[in-house]
Write a protein that binds this ligand. Structure first.
Ligand code: ADP
Ligand code: ZN
Length: 286
């Protein structure tokens, strides 16, 4: 069987699948201290005979195999998880090949293999939730360099008259600081879910998201961009983002039909887990 862990800041979703990558069992474990959470993770997987495992983790994480801290969660604001060797803990417990990447890379891979980007060689997956994070597949491979992309922190040009200070403690004008769920809530003074579909805030959100998508498009030229996360439950955002995208790209580059280019996830909450299972399958035997 293959094992998968989608390690998030609020919960760890663990699943096991058969050879055909059909999920046989899954659990959701609250993210507490590393000791408590990892023990619960072991308790779940110890019931199965695993061939390999795929892990998609919240971050930032170290994905550089040559690094002394490969497999660690690094400078996360979740203090108890700072500099925790998650991959090492798993390897100590399970003597099997384990694939290690970011949660959003895993989601991008899940969507590419089974979801909205099935049959394509490239995609960008962006989640707009508690934070903004992006993963990309280029030529069928997850995009990584010395580390992993941090697409949520690219610089955004503010709208004139937008005095909102943003919520990212590191940057004034990054996409996460301007449009993630906490930014939306601070701007409106409401819970994200309570912001009405016709609120004027969506125009602002759409404009900033479109700027980010323009940059990803110009740099990576992905075949499709998939948007997920809590904020994107507001479906009226999709046409607004497409309109803004069209406006600001200004016919400089040809891109696919926007209804097919900027799309919702197909796998919903399963993109990450399915990506992890596919990565587990690929790492098996290595
Ligand atoms: P996480 O990013 O922690 O995995 P989510 O993707 O569910 O979790 O994102 C949670 C954030 O999304 C919260 O900040 C919340 O404000 C926002 N959110 C959740 N649902 C909605 C909604 N229907 N409309 C607008 N914002 C939402
Ligand atoms: Zn930032």
């Amino acid at each position: 069987m293959y094992g998968a862990i989608e390690a998030g800041g609020t919960k760890f979703v663990c699943a096991v699948s058969n050879e055909a990558l059909e999920v046989v069992e899954r659990v959701s474990i609250p993210t507490e201290t590393p000791e408590v959470t990892m023990q619960a993770v072991y308790n779940f997987f110890d019931q199965y005979e695993l061939v390999s495992m795929g892990v998609g983790s919240f971050g930032p994480i170290d994905v550089n195999e040559a690094s002394a801290t490969y497999g660690y969660i690094t400078s996360t604001p979740k203090l108890k998880w700072q500099h925790v060797n998650v991959l090492g803990m798993l390897k100590e417990h399970y003597d099997i090949p384990i694939s290690w990447t970011t949660d959003v890379n895993a989601a991008a891979y899940g969507e590419l293999t089974f979801g909205a980007a099935k049959g394509k060689q490239s995609c960008v997956y962006l989640t707009i939730g508690t934070g903004v994070g992006g993963g990309a597949v280029v030529n069928g491979q997850l995009l990584q360099g010395f580390g992993h992309p941090e697409m949520g922190h690219i610089h955004i040009k503010r709208l004139e008259n937008d005095a909102f200070e943003g919520v990212c403690p590191f940057h004034n004008d990054c996409v996460e600081g301007l449009v993630a769920g906490p930014a939306l809530e601070k701007r409106t003074g409401k819970k994200g879910i309570e912001v009405k579909a016709n609120d004027e805030v969506w125009q602002i959100q759409a404009h900033y998201i479109a700027q980010a998508l323009m940059n990803y498009t110009l740099i990576l030229s992905p075949e499709i961009i998939i948007l997920g996360g809590g904020v994107m439950h507001q479906k009226q955002l999709f046409p607004l983002i497409r309109q803004e995208f069209q406006k600001i790209v200004a016919e400089y580059v040809a891109y696919p039909d926007l209804d097919l280019y900027i799309v919702p996830t197909k796998l919903g909450d399963d993109s990450g887990i399915m990506g992890c299972l596919q990565l587990a399958k690929e790492v098996a035997g290595k």
